[in-house]
Ligand binder design. Structure first.
Ligand SMILES: NC(=O)c1ccc[n+]([C@@H]2O[C@H](COP(=O)([O-])OP(=O)(O)OC[C@H]3O[C@@H](n4cnc5c(N)ncnc54)[C@H](OP(=O)(O)O)[C@@H]3O)[C@@H](O)[C@H]2O)c1
Length: 275
């Protein structure tokens, strides 16, 4: 596994997403056994970074993740746990309450990374960061980040964060280059902010991109692995694919060792994905 070394931290290039574990927007306990088994499989395979949110299955994703970690016996300090505060909870007291809720559901006394999940029209970032900075001082949060922030919101966050802002978690994949066009990628790379790419392999057109298929065939890899490799070959970019399937989990983790050549990167940069 390759790592990003940033602000004295080593973060694996590939982490694990948990959207849809325990439900979607509402809690659904009917597949808890399968979800726990998939999370245990990810822990056993050696995933270290797990991404969840208070909104995922109304908090049940956090509960399942905490349960899986305890069952696995992997020491807490070996893991890197990210969770997120929802946009409707960005006022000072609400941020503190949300964090307490996440810690309780995870059964942990700190999270490694706490993100503002989405920006909200009219949000008062100075107030939100006052609470986030306090959580860091109290030791409940190790690092702060944001998610789905545009360049202006990101720069404002960097200025308001008492510690180096660790990441902007955004949609980034071969078919979705919004962060290239809006300047977020370049800003992050120039200012030591990680880009955490979400939904990196989800798109159906991962499978119908000629360059992707050709590189995958030539390397004896899957298109999803090459899609991940395209992301993590880029400096300051990590990815958090989600999978319930142990074989896919292993494949995605193995992509963490891949480094594409300049020619392959260029071919994928120029490629067109057909839906
Ligand atoms: N901050 C935000 O607003 C935000 C938004 C979206 C997502 N996220 C985070 O990012 C994580 C990942 O994004 P995502 O869940 O939207 O999409 P994703 O990880 O790109 O795609 C997940 C889908 O791809 C399949 N898959 C995964 N690996 C595969 C492989 N090697 N071969 C074939 N199929 C594969 C999975 O099916 P199987 O289960 O069958 O493998 C699943 O259907 C989320 O779980 C969440 O933690 C954050």
């Amino acid at each position: 596994m390759r790592y990003e070394t940033i602000h004295k931290l080593q973060i694996p290039k590939i982490g694990f997403g948990t959207w849809s574990f325990g439900g979607t927007t509402v809690e659904d306990r009917s597949s808890d056994a399968e979800s726990l088994s998939a999370l245990r499989s990810a822990l056993d395979l050696g995933y270290i970074h797990f991404d969840t949110a208070e909104s995922y299955s109304a908090g049940h994703s956090e509960e399942l993740l905490g349960q899986a970690v305890r069952q696995s016996g992997v020491p807490r300090e070996k893991l890197f746990i990210t969770t997120k505060v929802s946009p409707e909870h960005l006022q000072f007291d609400d941020v503190l309450r949300s964090c307490e809720g996440s810690l309780r559901r995870l059964g942990m006394d700190y999270v490694d990374l706490y993100l503002i999940h989405w920006p909200r029209v009219g949000m008062k970032l100075p107030e939100t960061f006052r609470a986030l900075n306090q959580l860091v001082r109290e030791g409940k949060v190790r690092h702060i980040g944001v998610s789905n922030f545009n360049l202006k919101q990101l720069k404002q966050s960097v200025a308001l964060c008492d510690t180096p802002l660790l990441t902007n978690q955004v949609s980034y994949s071969i078919p979705d280059r919004t962060i290239v066009k809006n300047g977020v990628l370049e800003y992050c790379q120039q200012n030591n902010v990680l880009v955490t790419a979400y939904s990196p392999v989800k798109r159906r057109n991962v499978k119908s991109n000629a360059a992707l298929s050709a590189i995958a065939a030539a390397r004896g890899a899957s298109p999803q692995q090459i899609a991940l490799a395209w992301l993590i070959t880029q400096p300051r970019v990590i990815a958090i694919p989600m999978s319930h399937n142990p074989q896919h989990q292993a494949e995605n983790l193995a992509a963490g060792d891949m480094l594409l050549t300049e020619v392959e990167m260029e071919q994928l940069d120029q490629s067109i994905s057909r839906v």
